[in-house]
Design a protein around this ligand. Structure first.
Ligand code: NCD
Length: 306
């Protein structure tokens, strides 16, 4: 059974195909409005979410399917001690496809090993978030025309930011990618991502604490929220939370075609004054997230038939 747990589960060709379908849906939404008639998506969210869960649900509804699920761990039998494996087996009796978010790294993988329907990782702890990466890739493709020869700056919480880990992994398969890692020392990219992804694929990268000094080089600036829920103590969070605040004046030396991204939610990292800058792409990411999830649901349900 084909699932999406890690972005590398899909080949570059398959990602191109998904992006192609998403672009076709954007151009021609009516053609897709009944494609999933009679099919059910279960959203199993053991952690808070606005965009990811609702974009999955909107995606399935726009495909003519229906949705069921829960949005809090304590409203499910997890609160009674049920295992992820048993939950996955149970939901397989009710739905055709699962989107799961869980605070434990690897939980969606365990679900996929026990479900008899496709499982989509909608974020597992501080590890991965492959469907945000799909939304990011569709946005980059639409804004930049492709993925080669881009200098991409990641700024903020690179340690716990799962969207960062998954997007870096995805970009490591393209040509001419340069990565600039901008974070406080305490929130640097984990060494396993540096070693297993960046170094292994010979992706040039540098680390800095200073956003403004690298701004002129960037084609893409990917801002992130400091992930409060992954901190061990509140003092560290309070000290680090406002490390970077993107304001219009800091964009003075940025490229005129810089693409400013953020998976959202934002707290303070991007001042609302930046929203009016034509280079701000984060609300486009939100919309693209729905279309690419429509393409993903179609692909996995199609493969499940085989
Ligand atoms: C991200 C996540 O959940 O990792 N949000 C999202 O899905 N768009 C980013 C975040 O919470 O900071």
């Amino acid at each position: 059974m084909r699932s999406l747990i890690d972005i590398l589960d899909f080949s570059v060709e398959e990602l191109d195909e998904l992006i192609g379908v998403a672009n076709d849906i954007i151009a021609n939404p009516e053609a897709y409005s009944e494609k999933c008639k009679g099919k059910k998506l279960a959203t199993l969210f053991f952690e808070p979410s606005t965009r990811t869960r609702l974009s999955f649900e909107a995606a399935m509804l726009e495909l003519g399917g229906s949705v069921l699920g829960f949005s809090e761990a304590n409203s499910s039998s997890a609160a009674k001690g049920e295992s992820v494996a048993d939950t996955a087996k149970t939901i397989s009796c009710y739905a055709d496809i699962i989107a799961m978010r869980h605070p434990k790294e690897g939980a969606p993988l365990v679900a996929s090993q026990n479900a008899s329907i496709p499982v989509i990782n909608a974020g597992d702890g501080g590890h991965n978030h492959p469907t945000q990466t799909l939304a990011d890739l569709l946005t980059i493709q639409r804004e930049k025309g492709g993925f080669n020869n881009l200098t991409v700056g990641f700024c903020g919480d690179l340690k716990f930011g799962r969207t960062v880990h998954s997007l870096i992994t995805a970009l490591s398969r393209y040509e001419g990618i340069n990565v600039v890692l901008i974070s406080p020392d305490e929130l640097k990219l984990p060494s396993y991502v540096k070693k297993d992804i960046l170094a292994k694929n010979n992706i040039p990268y540098k680390q800095t604490t200073d956003l403004e000094s690298v701004m002129p080089e960037l084609d893409i600036l990917y801002m992130t929220r400091v992930q409060r829920e992954r901190f061990f103590n509140e003092e560290d969070y309070l000290r680090l939370k406002d490390s970077y605040i993107l304001e219009p004046r800091k964009l003075k030396n940025a490229k005129p075609d810089l693409c400013i991204m953020h998976p959202l939610p934002r707290v303070n990292e991007i001042s609302v004054a930046v929203d009016d800058d034509p280079r701000a792409c984060y609300f486009k990411q939100v919309l693209n997230g729905k279309y690419i999830r429509m393409a993903l649901i179609l692909k996995l349900l199609e493969e499940a038939k085989r």
